[in-house]
Design a protein around this ligand. Structure first.
Ligand code: EPU
Length: 336
């Protein structure tokens, strides 16, 4: 456990923003974390750094959570119960599950980040959310230095949301996540249009977990920039939900507006469509830009600062508001 000084965080955030940590420590075990908490109470946590926009140097101690390990808790009937430590890479874990024939996470292939942060924003893609398989989230309570567990219900999961973004924010360090996955008779979710098309392309009628994962990987690669090549944090905005009345008025002027019904009175609109219609798709302002294939993703072409990316986000929000009277909410955690 060594505290390093003046460390660049460029390699620790998928946006590739070059800010510095005054002090930086990597934690590789639960024991180390408990030891650290005895003396440090004020710190900034980083794990995969895949859902944050850093806008300035970090003055407090940066704690890089790199606790690894997967344990099989028990196996019964058609299910397996696993506990996965926070520092495990998400996509590698998904691939491991597929190799072991454990079902439930295949639609969440290729999402950047680590296991420990997946519950915070309840990662979701192609008709599946991680909340569907989480049984428990295990965390260290900062104030008491004690291990606590949140049941699925107490996590208050919602669309890109959980208790960890709300009342529990800043009070816990997530150390591991427990999952229940299927070992037989997997419940596959293939209804999402893009997956159906991809499977049809290869004439796959009874897909395996691997077929679905491969389809998702191909779709994501075709639309989303690889953070190793172009810095980004995936969807920068949430897809907004508007009233049916507002939607019908918008649809009159934009008959092609894509939409998903949420309830009798509410409609979700893809933020990517709103950003594209506002003229930002593929636009570049210095090294900050909007991805050319998916307007929901803001990118760093190399040396953009966090503030440059944030200013671009504000410009987009203002234009979308003026044009459509819809407020876009930022999904990424902006650190300012
Ligand atoms: N669209 C456009 N222009 C664009 C992008 C999208 O018009 O540049 C329209 C298209 O009509 C498209 C529709 O938006 O059919 C929906 O696009 P897509 O299927 O790509 O999904 P999304 O709503 O843009 C959401 C998630 C993604 C997730 C995909 C697939 C949010 C904020 N984003 O995107 O999540 O991978 O669905 O399930 O909910 C992430 O959170 O980082 C992320 C990538």
């Amino acid at each position: 456990m060594t505290i390093l000084e003046n460390i660049s965080l460029k390699a620790y955030n998928t946006f590739g923003i070059d800010v510095h940590a005054k002090r930086f420590i990597t934690i590789t075990s639960f024991y180390e974390l408990q030891q650290l908490l005895k003396t440090e109470k004020d710190f900034f946590l980083i794990s995969g750094g895949s859902n944050m926009l850093l806008t300035k140097d970090i003055e407090t101690l940066v704690v890089h959570i790199d606790i690894r390990g997967i344990s099989i808790d028990c196996q019964e009937n058609d299910s397996v119960y696993l506990t996965v430590n926070a520092g495990e890479n998400w996509h590698e874990f998904v691939l491991w599950c597929i190799a072991e024939n454990y079902g439930g996470l295949e639609n969440l292939s290729l999402i950047p980040g680590c296991v420990g942060t997946c519950p915070i924003q309840n990662i979701g893609a192609y008709g599946v959310e991680v909340k569907d398989t989480i049984t428990k989230v295990n965390a260290l309570e900062i104030e008491t230095n004690k291990l606590v567990s949140f049941s699925n219900e107490t996590c208050n999961f919602g669309y890109r949301n959980s208790i960890f973004k709300n009342e529990a924010k800043g009070k816990y360090i997530l150390t591991s996540v427990s999952f229940k996955l299927t070992t037989k008779e997997h419940q596959l979710t293939t209804s999402y249009g893009a997956i159906e098309k991809e499977l049809a392309l290869y004439s796959i009628k009874t897909p395996t977990l691997k077929n679905i994962s491969d389809a998702v990987i191909a779709i994501r690669k075709s639309k989303l920039p690889d953070p190793k090549e172009i810095g980004n944090s995936g969807s920068f905005f949430k897809n907004p939900v508007i009233s049916k009345t507002q939607f019908l008025a918008l649809q009159k002027e934009n008959p092609e507006i894509p939409n998903y019904s949420i309830s009798e009175t509410e409609i979700k609109i893809p933020a990517g469509w709103l950003v594209e219609q506002s003229g930002f798709k593929g636009k570049r302002f210095g090294d900050a830009g909007v991805h050319e294939k998916q307007a929901l993703v803001l990118v760093n072409y190399g040396n953009a600062t966090g503030n440059e990316v944030f200013q671009l986000a504000e410009k987009i929000q203002k234009t979308v508001l003026e044009k459509f009277e819809i407020s876009l909410e930022i999904e990424v955690n902006v650190i300012d």
